[in-house]
Design a protein around this ligand. Sequence first.
Ligand code: NAP
Length: 353
Amino acid sequence: MTRQNTALWLPRRGARFEVGPAPYTPPAANEVVVRVRAIAVNPIDGIPGFLYRLALPWLTFPAVVGSDVAGEVVETGSGVTRLRPGDRVLGHAFGVDKSQNRAAESAFQHYAVLMQHMVAPIPDSLPFAQAAVLPLALSTASTGMFQQDHLGLAIPGAPDLSQPVDRSETVLVWGGSTSVGANAIQLARSAGYQVVTTASPHNFDYVRSLGAAAAVDRSSPTAVEEIVERIGGSPLAGTLAIGSGSLTKTIAVAARTTGSKRIASAQPALFTRITARRARRLGVRVSSIWGGTLKDNEVGPAIYVGFLPGALSTGAYRAAPDATVVGHGLAHIPDALRQLKNGVSAQKLVVTV
Ligand SMILES: NC(=O)c1ccc[n+]([C@@H]2O[C@H](COP(=O)([O-])OP(=O)(O)OC[C@H]3O[C@@H](n4cnc5c(N)ncnc54)[C@H](OP(=O)(O)O)[C@@H]3O)[C@@H](O)[C@H]2O)c1
C-alpha cells in the first residue's frame, strides 16, 4: 500500500513552520511506523531559531520536530514481536535527539518512525489525545529518577495493587504540577516511595490525587522549611528539581535532611552545571537530565515495555495532566506552541491529526 505522508516542516533555522508533503519511511528491524492521531507540544518544540542552536545544535534542516505521539501502528520492523499493525499506542519520538537527527522519527507528521522499545500499547478506554500527554514528560521523569547516573531509584515493576511496596523513604519532586512532575509523583509512588512535592495551592488536590503525601506552595518564602518539616524522619531517597528556581531550593532542602544528597535537574544544562559546583560544597550532588537518554539503557524498556502498559490498563497509572485539544490538523501546532508560551497550569496542549 502506498502511504502519503504530510509533515510540519521547519525549512531552515529560524524559519516559520510549514505544512508540506514528506516521504513515508518504512521501519528498520527494531522500529515501528505509527499513524499519528494526536501530538502534544513541549517547550523545546517552539523555541526560536537561535535557541534551537543552543539546545539542539546538531539539528539539520529542513527539520521535523516534536516528541509526543499517540496513534495506531501501521507497520512493524522484522525484529518486532510485541506490537502489531492496528495496535493503539503512545510513543516517544526521537527525531531531534542527537543520536537520531532524522525528520522521519519526529512527532509533527502523519506517519512517524518510532523505536519499538519506546512505544507502549494503551487501553481502548484511553483517548489518543489524552495518551499523547505522556511520552516526553514520562521519559524525563524516568531518566532523572531511575538512571544510575541520576537518582538510581528502584524501577517500578508490574503493578500489584493488592500489595503496594513501602520503602519508608521520601522522594522530593519540586514542580509536581508540571507534566514532568505528574509523572515523577506517580512513578515514585508506583515504586513504593513517599512523595513530598511543590505546586501552587490551586493544584494541591491535583498533586495529591496523583499520590503525593504532602504539597507545599512553591512560592512560599518558607517553602524550604515547610518541606524539611514534611519530610520529617523519612530519609530522602532523592530529589527531582523541575522549573526555574527549583535547584537552589532543593539544594537547601537536601543539605538539611537525612538520606540521599542527589538531585536530578530538569533545568537547562548550563545553569545546572554552574549551580552543581556550588552544591558540591554542601555535599549535594546535582546531575542534569536529558529526557532522551533512557532509550539507550535499561530504563527505557523497563518503563515503556515492562511497566507502563500494565499500569495504564489496570488504572494504576494516569495519563496526566489533562489534555486540552487546541485544534485538528498539523497547521494548529504553531497555535498550540503560542498558547504554551503564554503559560499553562496542570494541562497539556494537544493537536489531533
Ligand atoms: N531536561 C529535559 O530533558 C526536559 C524535558 C522536558 C521538560 N523539561 C523542563 O521541565 C520543566 C517542566 O516542563 P513541563 O513540560 O513538564 O511543564 P508544564 O507541564 O508546561 O508545566 C506547567 C506547570 O509548571 C508549573 N510551574 C511554572 N513555573 C514553575 C516553577 N518556577 N517551578 C515549578 N513549577 C512551575 C505550574 O504549576 P502551578 O500552576 O502549580 O504553579 C504549571 O502547572 C520545563 O522547565 C521544561 O523546560 C526538561
